[in-house]
Design a protein around this ligand. Structure first.
Ligand code: PLP
Length: 423
C-alpha cells in the first residue's frame, strides 16, 4: 500500500458534495445507510448532467451538426471511462443498458435464446438477486432447460465442493453475484470462473453490489459477461453497463430492434451494426451515460482503494457494535464481506425496525431485498439492512445503534444495558 492508500477519507468535507446529506430531513440529520439500494449523487455528477442538458444536448450518432458530433463525443467519452474502470480491452465491449437488470436480460435473451436448448442446465448461486434468477427462469421455461443452484452455508459462503459437482456437461452458463446484496458476501468469482471455464462453461457476473466497493478487472477475472448499474455507483438511475467478451458479443444476435442498431433496412432484409451498436436500439440514455462518466471521475479522484478501506472499517465497527445487541442476529457472516449488514431482531418484524429507524432519520432498507430465495434459506421473512458508502462515518452507525435500542425499548425488549452498548 502506498501512502495515498493509507490516507483516511475526510468524510466531513466529502459530505459537503451531497445536499441531501447535509440538509436536515424532517427536522433531523439524515443518516443515509441505504447505498446498496441506490447511492447518492455528488454535486459534480448532478451539475455535469445539468450542464449537458442546458448547453450540449441533442441526439447522438445521428446527424452532421457540430452539436450532435459533440454530444456523441461526450457520450463515447463516458463509455471510455467505463472501459477503463472495468479494465476492459476495448471500447466496443461496453454496452449501455438501463441497469444491471437489463444487462442480465440482454444476456439471457440474446446469448441464452441462441445457445440454450431443451435439457440444458443454467447454474445460479443461492444468493442471487431476482434479476439474475427470473430472466433465466423465463428462458428455461421457454427452452425446456432447468435451473440448478449452488448451495451456501449458514454464514452465507458458497459451497465450492458442491459447485464442482454441479459443473456437469449439461451446464451451459453460470450466473453469480460478485457481492451479495443481502449478505454482503464477496464471492471468489475469479476462482469460480476458472472452475467453470475448466469445464467449458460461460460465466455471467452480477456486479451491481461489487463495483461501488471493489476494484474490478474483467480481464483478470476472465468474466465472460459483467453487469452493473450506474445508480449504485454515485451515478444516476436509468443507466447500466454490460461488458462482454468480444467473440461472444459478436456472435450474439440483437435482442431489441429499431433505430441506431442497423446498417441497412429494406422490406426484404435488415443488416445490423457491429458491437456495441447492435445492442443499443433507439435513443440511448445520453445524459445518464455522461453522468455515470462524471461519477467515475469523482470516485477515481477520491481513490477506489481508500473508499474500500474506509467502508471496511465502517463495516467492522458496525458489526462489532451490532454483535453486542442482545436478540440481534446478523444475517451474513462470511469472512470476506463488503459494506452490507443485514440483521433481524428477535420478536420484531424488520418493517417495524425500518419504520422506527426512519423516524429517527436513519435510512435503511427492510424487506426481502429482491432475494426471496435467500430469505427462505435463512428461514426469515425479511431483514433490516444497513449499507455503507464513502460518505458515511461512525456517527451514522452510532445513530443506527441508538435507533435499534429505541426499537427494542418500544417493543419492551431492551433489558440488555443499552447505555454500555451505545457508547
Ligand atoms: N443485482 C444485485 C446484486 C442488486 O443488488 C441489484 C439491485 O439492488 C440488482 C442486481 C438490480 O439492479 P437494478 O435494479 O439497478 O437493475
Amino acid at each position: 500500500m502506498n501512502e495515498r492508500l493509507l490516507t483516511p477519507l475526510d468524510v466531513a468535507t466529502l459530505r459537503k458534495d451531497f445536499a441531501l446529506l447535509t440538509t436536515p430531513f424532517q427536522g433531523k440529520p439524515l443518516h443515509y445507510l441505504d447505498s446498496a439500494v441506490s447511492g447518492q449523487m455528488p454535486n459534480a455528477v448532478i451539475e455535469r448532467m445539468a450542464h449537458y442538458q442546458r448547453f450540449e444536448h441533442t441526439n447522438v450518432h445521428r446527424g452532421v451538426s457540430t452539436l450532435s458530433q459533440e454530444a456523441t463525443d461526450r457520450f463515447e467519452e463516458a463509455r471510455e471511462k467505463v472501459r477503463a474502470f472495468l479494465h476492459a480491452p476495448s471500447l466496443n465491449q461496453i454496452i449501455w443498458t438501463r441497469g444491471t437488470t437489463e444487462s442480465l436480460n440482454l444476456v439471457a435473451q440474446s446469448w441464452g435464446r441462441a445457445n440454450i436448448k431443451a435439457g440444458d442446465e443454467i447454474l445460479l448461486s443461492a444468493m442471487e438477486h431476482h434479476s439474475n434468477i427470473v430472466p433465466w427462469q423465463m428462458l428455461a421455461t421457454e427452452k425446456g432447460a432447468s435451473i440448478k443452484v449452488i448451495p451456501m452455508d449458514d454464514r452465507g459462503v458458497l459451497d465450492l465442493d458442491a459447485l464442482n459437482t454441479l459443473l456437469t456437461p449439461r451446464v451451459k452458463i453460470l450466473g453469480i453475484t460478485h457481492v451479495s446484496n443481502v449478505l454482503g458476501t464477496v464471492n471468489p468469482v475469479k476462482e469460480i470462473i476458472a472452475a467453470a471455464h475448466a469445464k467449458g462453461i460461460l460465466v455471467v457476473v452480477d456486479g451491481a453490489q461489487a463495483v461501488p466497493h471493489l476494484a474490478v478487472d474483467v480481464v483478470d477475472l476472465d468474466a465472460d459477461f459483467y453487469a452493473f448499474s450506474g445508480h449504485k455507483l454515485s451515478g444516476p438511475t436509468g443507466i447500466g453497463v454490460l461488458y462482454g467478451k468480444k467473440e461472444l458479443l459478436e456472435a450474439m444476435p440483437p435482442w431489441q430492434g429499431g433505430g441506431s442498431m442497423i446498417l441497412s433496412v429494406s422490406w426484404e432484409k435488415t443488416t445490423y451494426m457491429g458491437i456495441p451498436g447492435k445492442f443499443e436500439a433507439g435513443t440511448p440514455p445520453i445524459t445518464e451515460a455522461i453522468g455515470l462518466g462524471a461519477a467515475l471521475d469523482y470516485l477515481k479522484a477520491i481513490g477506489l482503494e481508500r473508499i474500500a478501506a474506509h467502508e471496511q472499517e465502517l463495516l467492522d465497527y458496525a458489526t462489532q457494535k451490532l454483535n453486542k445487541i442482545e436478540g440481534l442476529r446478523i444475517i451474513g457472516t462470511a469472512p470476506n464481506k463488503a459494506s452490507v449488514l443485514s440483521f433481524v431482531l428477535e420478536g420484531i418484524h424488520p418493517h417495524d425496525v425500518g419504520s422506527i429507524l426512519d423516524h429517527e432519520g436513519v435510512v435503511v432498507r427492510a424487506g426481502h431485498h429482491c432475494a426471496q430465495p435467500v430469505m427462505k434459506r435463512f428461514d426469515i421473512p425479511a431483514t433490516t439492512r444497513a449499507s455503507f458508502a464513502y460518505f458515511n462515518d461512525r456517527d451514522d452507525i452510532d445513530a443506527l445503534v441508538a435507533g435499534i435500542h429505541q426499537v427494542k425499548d418500544i417493543f419492551g425488549t431492551d433489558s440488555d444495558g443499552s447505555a454500555e452498548e451505545q457508547s
